[in-house]
Design a protein around this ligand. Structure first.
Ligand code: PEP
Ligand code: MN
Length: 383
């Protein structure tokens, strides 16, 4: 069961003390507290764990500070919607809002190779008004002999350049909890000129110990990739590990699934799941068209397959796009064949804006038709 408290509840108040005394007296039932910072108000939710069947929602709703008591399924208890469309979603990180309404493009290098390439990329992003990027320092590779990323060595110049080009958030994969410590140490050293969204890659979707470790830290939000060979439900349960350890600031990423049915693409594009994840959970949804499609191939209409896949996700309401770009793809050390080039950045962003406008119009039409239906129902009811 979840208790949603009245907005801006004061944890120093007498009512709060009364509530927590009551919760402490519930025997086997334990409780944890989660803060959700919305655009206008701070919401506190209390999660009751254990056998809550005997508790009545009516009684719990009558407790001091409590606005609403909600019964939840055991699956994705914290991140799920549980049929409550109006539950707050999203978070603000380093001044940027991430929720199920926003849209941010994280264009950048799959893997950091040289300082010059990082600078060229960030310069281009700033010129196009972008404040978010992707920069891989720790790369999980299929072969142990492939380039594994520069790791901690590249962090000082990546963070320094991010500060110089006003990049607010960098998506960066971590494959071990020690990487989080390295990132924090480098950010401290550089004077925290930027923010990092920690990425959990598809190969680590069910690395539960890594998820627990990343969930225990509350400094950085998490960009979580769906597993490429497991069900959506299994991936959503894995994302819940982050929240259950205390970090609910999670963006869920669709990046295609592994099957030969997707050939000649690298993976089968799964962006029809954008609305599904939004319906089942409160997570903002990211799409990764680069790792889904895996090539820079161009269709007869002149658009690359990566742009087509991006548009499909954005038109379905995606909240974030993670996409590979590289100043010289032929020199990229990882995933060069799928990287778009810097001269294509403006065109790419324009294409995203076209798809976004189409999505907003579709959403508006849905609202219009929904209110039309309500009016029609009311007319029938009153006639
Ligand atoms: C990546 O985004 O660099 C990456 C390795 O993606 P994935 O985990 O989806 O394969
Ligand atoms: Mn890659």
């Amino acid at each position: 069961m979840i208790l949603i408290l009245k907005p801006n509840t004061d944890p120093e108040s007498a009512e709060w003390a009364q509530l927590t005394r009551h919760l402490d007296s519930l025997g086997d039932i334990t409780w944890t507290q989660h803060e959700i910072q919305g655009t206008e108000q701070r919401l506190t939710e209390i999660y009751l764990l254990g056998n809550t069947k005997a508790l009545s929602t009516g009684t719990m709703q009558g407790l001091p500070c409590v606005e609403r008591a909600v019964r939840v399924q055991t699956s994705y208890r914290i991140l799920g919607r549980h049929g409550h469309e109006d539950r707050q979603n999203g978070f603000t990180y380093n001044g940027i809002r991430f929720d199920q309404d926003s849209l941010h493009v994280f264009a950048g290098l799959c893997a950091v190779d040289t300082k010059e390439h990082v600078e060229q990329m960030m310069q281009a992003l700033q010129a196009h008004g972008q404040q978010t990027t992707r920069m891989g320092a720790y790369k999980p590779r299929t072969s142990p002999y492939s380039f594994q990323g520069h790791g901690a060595n590249c962090l000082p110049y990546v963070f320094e350049l991010a500060g110089r080009y006003d990049i607010k958030v960098i998506a960066m994969e971590v494959t071990h909890e020690s990487h989080v410590e390295e990132i924090d140490a480098a950010l401290d050293e550089a004077g925290r000129p930027t923010g990092v969204m920690l990425q959990i890659g598809t190969r680590n979707t069910q690395n539960f110990e890594l998820l627990k470790a990343v969930g225990r830290q509350h400094t950085h939000p998490v960009l979580f990739k769906r597993g490429f060979g497991i069900t959506l439900d299994e991936s959503l349960n894995a994302a819940e590990y982050l929240a259950s350890e205390g970090n609910p600031n999670v963006v869920f990423t669709l990046r295609g699934v592994k099957t030969s049915m997707g050939d000649p693409h690298r993976n089968l594009v799964d962006f029809a799941h954008v609305p599904v994840v939004k319906r089942l959970t409160r997570m903002p949804v990211c799409i990764d068209p680069s790792h889904s499609v895996g090539t820079r191939d161009v269709a007869p209409d002149g658009l690359t397959d990566v742009m087509h896949a991006t548009a499909q996700g954005v038109v379905a309401g995606a909240n974030m796009v993670l996409v590979d770009f590289h100043p010289v793809p032929s020199k990229a050390l990882v995933d060069g064949p799928q990287a778009l080039t810097i001269p294509e950045l403006g065109w790419y962003l324009e294409d995203v804006a076209i798809a976004r406008e189409a999505y907003l119009k579709r959403r508006e039409a849905a609202r219009r038709y929904a209110s039309g239906r309500t009016d029609a129902t009311n007319e029938t009811a009153s006639s």
